[in-house]
Design a binder for this molecule. Structure first.
Ligand code: 3PG
Ligand code: MG
Length: 408
């Protein structure tokens, strides 16, 4: 039994549902057109199910943050949703005033309404409990018109914001299908991964990774850890390998002397389970050149892992039953440095393992390589996935659990 409700716990015939989704997407800076609709696509099963069950569906979503260039209204999101759903979607540029309330009251069974960017409401991002948020204008105006709250915004599950948790204090609430799938899949790989399990961390950030790796190895969730990208550089540096000024500067942007101490501690406990690159690629005029770790430092940026590392990592991955990929192996946006990411990700996608991929850049790399259909689970989460992997409680999930224990 799950600690939170799902769509299976309710009947929806004739019910008005508030569905919170994460439609926060990359936009074109000039036209503000949506560049990638993955997050809308992933919410479609829940929306379709609500339509089929004859609910009146009122969708709440955010885009950008107040003051940021990508803080827009959701008109284009409604059009994109309509196309992907193959059914008309109503949109009003209002969140909880008369226009929105009238639109909700006029909804018929099976109809879908998208309200405007919920972050236009000033209280949305206040840090409050579900109980406190439920006193807000947003919740107080909308909840009397609705019957059930469905949360499918896994990618925002780490944010204790008003529209994400406030309704759970006043309405029967449940997780949508995407939320449910993300949570069950990720719980499974953290609690009972099929063994051996290998977790690969790459990309351009490393400070959060330290804590995550510690937890994964301590709990025996991961048998082996492979590091590429900035995490690999940070671990090598902590071991005393000099990388060259340009590479060290990059590390200094994020790391502190404390990070290196933490890495050293981690390495002293788990050295045999953590695998670092043997070689790297750098730009030599317009070409790709490679050098071994023993030839470092170098005055060029390290942009990818080298051939020996690729072979070694494939070997390590070859007997795994579960593989988690977070972060590309190099600067894959540049064709000459795509090699490490391409070879490793393709190897994982084409092998018979349970594979999980998470994080915006990782998912982008998987899609660029056309591997999306060969991965077992692609998480929509960025920050929420990171928080989950670090063992932090997700406020949205906690609110759903609390709500299940309430009588409405
Ligand atoms: C995201 O894309 O990270 C989520 O939608 C949450 O948005 P935020 O990082 O702006 O809070
Ligand atoms: Mg974010």
């Amino acid at each position: 039994m799950k600690e939170y409700n799902t769509l299976d716990n309710f009947t929806f015939e004739n019910k008005t549902v508030i569905l919170r989704v994460d439609f926060n997407m990359p936009l074109d800076k000039k036209t503000l057109d949506i560049l990638d609709t993955t997050r809308i696509k992933r919410a479609i099963p829940t929306i379709k199910e609500l339509i089929e069950k004859n609910a009146k569906t009122v969708i709440l979503a955010h885009q950008g943050r107040q003051g940021s260039w990508d803080f827009t209204n959701l008109e284009k999101h409604a059009i994109a949703l309509e196309k992907l759903l193959g059914k008309s979607v109503k949109f009003v540029d209002d969140i909880y005033n008369e226009k929105a309330k009238d639109a909700i009251k006029n909804l018929k069974n099976g109809e879908v309404l998208l309200l405007d960017n919920v972050r236009k409401f000033k209280g949305e991002t206040d840090k409050k409990s579900a109980e406190e948020h439920s006193k807000s204008d947003l919740v107080q105006n909308l909840y009397p018109l609705t019957d059930i709250f469905v949360n499918d915004a896994f990618a925002a599950a780490h944010r204790p914001q008003c529209s994400l948790i406030g309704f759970t204090a006043v309405l029967p609430s449940c997780a949508g299908r995407l939320m449910e799938k993300e949570l069950t899949t990720l719980e499974k790989i953290l609690e009972k991964p099929e063994k051996p399990s290998v977790f690969l961390f790459g990309g351009a950030k490393f400070s959060d990774v330290i804590l995550t790796i510690d937890r994964l190895l301590k709990n025996k969730t991961a048998d082996k850890i492979i590091l590429t990208g900035l995490p690999a550089n940070a671990f090598l540096r902590a071991e005393g390998v000099l990388l060259g000024d340009k590479n060290e500067e990059l590390l200094l942007k994020e790391g502190t002397p404390e990070s290196y101490k933490d890495i050293k501690k981690l390495l002293s406990k788990y050295k045999d389970s953590i695998y670092l690159p043997l070689d790297f690629a750098f730009q030599d005029n317009t070409n790709r050149s490679e050098l071994e770790v023993s030839d470092l430092p170098i005055n060029n940026n390290l942009y990818d892992i080298g051939e020996k590392s690729i072979e070694n990592f494939k070997n390590i991955l070859s007997n795994a039953k579960t593989i988690f990929l977070s972060g590309p192996c190099g600067v894959f946006e540049n064709p000459i440095f795509m090699k490490g990411t391409k070879e490793i990700f393709s190897y994982v996608a084409n092998s018979n393992v349970f594979s999980i991929v998470g994080g915006g850049h990782t998912v982008a790399a998987i899609e660029q390589l056309g591997l999306q259909d060969k991965i077992s689970h692609i998480s929509t989460g960025g920050g929420s996935l990171e928080a989950f992997m670090m063992g932090k409680e997700l406020p949205v999930v906690e609110a759903l659990k609390d709500s299940k224990n309430k009588n409405f």
